[in-house]
Design a protein around this ligand. Structure first.
Ligand SMILES: [Zn+2]
Length: 517
C-alpha cells in the first residue's frame, strides 16, 4: 500500500510532465504539504474539517466536462473512472454560465467537493486550485474544508516563447503548457518566424519550412536548434493547450525580421538580391536592413497564403504579426515602395508601414480575426480593431485611442534578461495599469512574459529563465489589484518550490534564496 501511495504521489504531481524526471526519488520525501495558493484567489473562507481524496474518489460531471474531469483526475492521482460509482460522496463538477467565463466556485465539505465554473476553463482552474490544496504528498490527501470564489483580473495572462532563434520541441511546448496552466495562465504566444528561421509548415508555400527552417550549414548548428512544426504537430499542440484553457497565439513576423522568408523568396526584398544564409543570432546583425517590400503585390500574396493556413490551425481571436524593428532604409530607396507611397497618397515610410499593417489587418478581419503586433505598429496610425503588445511603450497612446493593449514591457517582462535585472520580486511589482486612468485602463487586456531564445537555448536553461519569476506574472495577471503583498507571495512561492521540483522544472535557485531571506 505504501508503494502505491508513493507511486501515486509521483503520478499526482508528475502528471504535468507526463514522464518521470531524474532525481524524483529525493523529491518523494517531501513531507510538507503546500496549501499555499498561487495565484491568490479572490475570496477564501476556511471552515473546520476536511475531505479526503483517495484514488477511488468519484468524480461526477455533465458530458461536456468529461475531458476536463479526466485530466484533473489524472493530475490528482484518482484512478476511478469519471462518472462511476455512488453519487453521494465525491467531487461534483458543473457549469454555470452566469459566472465569469474563467471564474469558479469551489466548496470543499466533509462529504463532498462541489465545483461550478463559468465554462470548461473555469472548472479546470477550480481543479488546479483543488490540486494545490491537496498538497504534494500524494493520495490519500486531506483537503481542508474551504469555500473559494475566484475569477481573473485580466483576460490575457501570457507567456511568449521564441521558437525561431531556437526551435522549441513539441515536447517542451507541452511541458510548458502543463506548467503555466497549473498557475492559471491562458495564452502561449509562439514566435514562429524571425531572421533565424521559419518554424511552421505552410502547405501552399512549402519552401518556407523546407528551406527557411534550416541554419546555413557553415554554422554547424545542432539539429535540435532548427526545424519546423508540421501542421499536424501544431494542431495537436493547439488541441492539447485548449484542453487546459490555453490559447496558442501564433506570431508571423513582418515586415522586418524576415531573413528566413527572403532566403526562400529573395524577390520579395526591395533589392531582390539573393539572401543565402540563415545565421544564428550572434553570427549576424540583430536587426537586418532587408525587410519585405511593401510596394510588391507578391509580398501581400504570400502573407495572405500564410494567413489562409494559419487561421485553419489556430482558433485564437488574435493573430500576432510582429511589426517591430523594421528599418525603413530599403523602402526609402525602393522604386516600388516609393510608387506605393505616391499612389496611396502616403506622406512617408512611416505611413507606408501603417498601410502595410492596415492591409494585413483588413485581411485578418475578413477571416474573423484580430491583429496584434509589437509597439511599433502604432507608427503612422493603426486600424481601430487592432491591438498592441507594448514592449517599448505605446500603451498610453493606444489605450487613450480606445485600442486594446497587452503589457509586456522589457523592464518587467523580458525573461531572457538576467535575474540581476528582473528577479521574482521585481516582476511581482509590475502593475499593468499603472499610470493609466480609468477609461484607458479598461483597454489593458493583461500582461505577458516574453522569452527570447538567442542566449539561453537549451530547455533546462529556458526553465531557469522562466521559473520561478513566471509565477509572479501569473499572480499579477489573475489576482485582484489589491493583491500586492510581496511577503505573502514570497512565503507562498517558497512552498511552491517543491512543486516546481516535482514538475521537473529546473528553476533558478539563487533568486529564491535571495527572496527567502
Ligand atoms: Zn520595396
Amino acid at each position: 500500500m505504501k508503494c502505491i501511495s508513493i507511486f501515486l504521489s509521483a503520478v499526482f504531481l508528475l502528471a504535468f510532465t507526463h514522464r518521470c524526471q531524474p532525481g524524483i526519488n529525493e523529491e518523494k520525501k517531501i513531507s510538507t504539504i503546500s496549501r499555499a495558493l498561487i495565484p491568490q484567489p479572490v475570496r477564501t473562507e476556511y471552515a473546520s474539517g476536511h475531505f479526503t481524496i483517495t484514488e477511488n474518489t468519484g468524480m461526477f460531471c455533465p458530458a461536456k466536462l468529461e475531458e476536463t474531469a479526466a485530466i484533473a483526475a489524472r493530475q490528482l492521482g484518482i484512478i476511478k473512472k469519471v462518472n462511476t460509482g455512488r453519487k453521494r460522496k465525491g467531487i461534483f463538477l458543473a457549469i454555470d454560465t452566469s459566472l465569469h467565463r474563467e471564474g469558479y466556485r469551489l466548496k470543499v465539505q466533509r462529504g463532498k467537493i462541489e465545483i461550478t465554473g463559468g465554462s470548461n476553463a473555469g472548472v479546470f482552474y477550480a481543479l488546479q486550485t483543488l490540486h494545490q490544496l491537496s498538497g504534494s504528498e500524494g493520495l490519500p490527501s486531506k483537503v481542508p474544508c474551504i469555500a473559494i470564489c475566484d475569477y481573473p483580473r485580466f483576460s490575457w495572462r501570457g507567456l511568449m516563447l521564441d521558437c525561431s532563434r531556437t526551435f522549441q520541441s513539441p515536447e517542451y511546448l507541452k511541458k510548458t503548457i502543463d506548467r503555466i496552466a497549473f498557475y492559471k495562465m491562458n495564452v502561449l504566444h509562439l514566435h514562429l518566424t524571425d531572421d533565424q528561421g521559419w518554424r511552421l509548415e505552410i502547405k501552399s508555400r512549402s519552401v518556407l519550412a523546407e528551406k527557411g527552417a534550416k541554419f546555413h550549414p557553415e554554422y554547424n548548428e545542432p539539429e535540435r536548434h532548427q526545424g519546423f512544426y508540421s501542421q499536424e504537430e501544431m494542431r495537436d499542440i493547439v488541441q492539447y493547450a485548449g484542453s487546459k484553457g490555453i490559447t496558442i497565439v501564433p506570431e508571423i513576423e513582418m515586415s522586418g525580421h524576415s531573413t528566413a522568408v527572403l532566403v526562400c523568396y529573395p524577390e520579395l526584398s526591395c533589392t531582390g538580391e539573393i539572401v543565402d544564409k540563415i545565421f544564428p543570432f550572434f553570427k549576424g546583425p540583430s536587426v537586418t536592413p532587408d525587410i519585405l517590400c511593401a510596394g510588391n503585390e507578391e509580398t501581400f500574396a504570400l502573407i495572405e497564403d500564410v494567413i489562409d493556413e494559419i487561421v485553419e490551425i489556430f482558433p485564437s481571436e488574435f493573430i500576432h504579426i510582429g511589426g517591430d524593428e523594421a528599418p525603413k532604409a530599403r523602402w526609402e530607396k525602393c522604386p516600388k515602395c516609393q510608387k506605393r507611397i505616391k499612389d496611396e497618397g502616403l506622406s512617408d515610410e512611416r505611413e507606408l508601414q501603417s498601410y502595410f499593417i492596415r492591409r494585413v489587418e483588413r485581411y485578418l478581419r475578413s477571416k474573423g480575426r484580430r491583429l496584434i503586433g509589437w509597439s511599433e505598429i502604432i507608427e503612422g496610425g493603426l486600424a481601430p480593431n487592432a491591438a498592441v503588445m507594448d514592449w517599448i511603450g505605446g500603451a498610453k497612446e493606444a489605450t487613450e485611442k480606445g485600442q486594446d493593449v497587452v503589457m509586456s514591457p522589457t523592464r518587467y517582462c523580458y525573461f531572457d534578461y538576467p535575474y540581476a535585472s528582473i528577479d521574482s520580486e521585481h516582476a511581482y511589482r509590475f502593475d499593468p495599469v499603472k499610470d493609466l486612468s480609468q477609461g484607458p485602463s479598461e483597454h489593458i487586456l493583461g500582461l505577458q512574459a516574453n522569452f527570447w531564445s538567442h542566449i539561453d537555448r537549451e530547455p533546462e536553461l529556458v526553465d531557469k529563465q522562466l521559473f520561478p519569476r513566471l509565477l509572479s506574472i501569473a499572480e499579477r495577471g489573475w489576482s485582484p489589484s489589491g493583491s500586492t503583498d510581496w511577503d505573502s507571495f514570497r512565503n507562498r512561492l517558497e512552498k511552491h518550490l517543491a512543486i516546481l521540483r516535482l514538475m521537473g522544472v529546473n528553476y533558478y535557485q539563487a533568486d529564491v534564496a535571495e527572496s527567502a531571506r
